[in-house]
Design a protein around this ligand. Structure first.
Ligand SMILES: C[S@@+](CC[C@H](N)C(=O)[O-])C[C@H]1O[C@@H](n2cnc3c(N)ncnc32)[C@H](O)[C@@H]1O
Length: 264
């Protein structure tokens, strides 16, 4: 089975602390309570979870391309990732522009590229320079002339404004920091009918993928996306280990009533 959790960067927590560790823990707890630093209940009127800033569940390096190729391009992945079915469910048409945000090694490119055809564009958006270099070589090798690699920064994808019909985000949302701000800004890259598709791990132990504590629950993604100004438009349910959520931006009325709506 492919090693999705980079064990070096993400050591798992063992359940049996030795006596010395327990003693240290007791001391820390004692000091904390003495100093009054034990977590207090949020004050009344505190922002709801979705309104707070969201730090990524997982930060680690993706620089080791050889390692990540064995994980993301594991030949067994197709069985549960069902990339052809995923791309069919996205309803892409020739001439469209689709962004693969957090493209990794470019696993989805060979399905996205023919779906939008010669007149369409695939933006392979990736902040890790080594992976982007791998994607460039892959595009050459596989002859995907409609794929444009984009070097993202961690807090902005650098996708041109108003350019994109669909942003696909596979197994990447849990690496994004301050998602509320990120997704509010991401609206700008969408065309008026644009959509955002999020595929990520169900938050439980599974035969594939990272450990449960590194995942973001489906309900949390929906709550955060709603707070960022999107509505869930569709939810294909054929993936065995991941949720698949398709969002549309809710028009920003700037506090005005929609046309024809009764005044309060
Ligand atoms: C688990 S991999 C998924 C790769 C690919 N989507 C796939 O399904 O094979 C997560 C990817 O997200 C990228 N990533 C991490 N932080 C990111 C950020 N802030 N913005 C965009 N991509 C990010 C990583 O470099 C990595 O390529």
């Amino acid at each position: 089975m492919a090693n999705w959790a980079n064990q070096e960067c993400m050591p798992r927590i063992h359940n049996k602390p030795c006596r010395r560790r327990r003693q240290v823990l007791v001391c820390i707890l004692f000091l904390c309570s003495a100093l009054g630093c034990v977590a207090a209940a949020p004050p009344t009127g505190a922002p709801r979870a979705a309104e707070q800033s969201h730090d990524a569940t997982v930060h680690h390096s993706f620089a080791d391309v050889d390692h990540w190729v064995t994980v993301f391009d594991d030949p067994g992945r197709d069985q549960w990732q069902r990339p052809a079915e995923v791309v069919r469910a996205l309803g892409l048409r020739p001439g469209m522009t689709v962004a693969d945000l957090g493209a990794g090694t470019g696993y989805f490119l060979r399905y996205l590229s023919p779906a939008v055809g010669e007149t369409g564009t695939v933006l392979a958006v990736e902040p890790e320079l080594n992976l982007l270099g791998y994607v460039r070589a892959r595009i050459e090798r596989e002859g995907e002339s409609n794929v444009v690699p984009i070097l993202a920064s961690l807090d902005t994808p650098r996708i041109p404004s108003g350019s994109t019909d669909l942003v696909l985000i596979v197994d990447t949302i849990h690496h994004l920091d301050d998602r509320l701000t990120y997704f509010r800004r991401l609206k700008r890259v969408l065309k008026p009918t644009g959509r955002i598709a999020v595929i990520d791990w169900q938050k439980r132990e599974l035969p594939e993928g990272p450990p449960a504590e590194h995942k973001i629950a489906r309900e949390q993604v929906i709550e955060e996306m709603t707070a960022a100004g999107y509505a869930l438009a569709d939810e294909p349910d054929f993936l065995p280990y991941q949720y698949f959520l398709i969002f549309k931006p809710v028009p920003d009325l700037g506090g005005r009533q929609p046309t024809g709506a009764p005044s309060p």
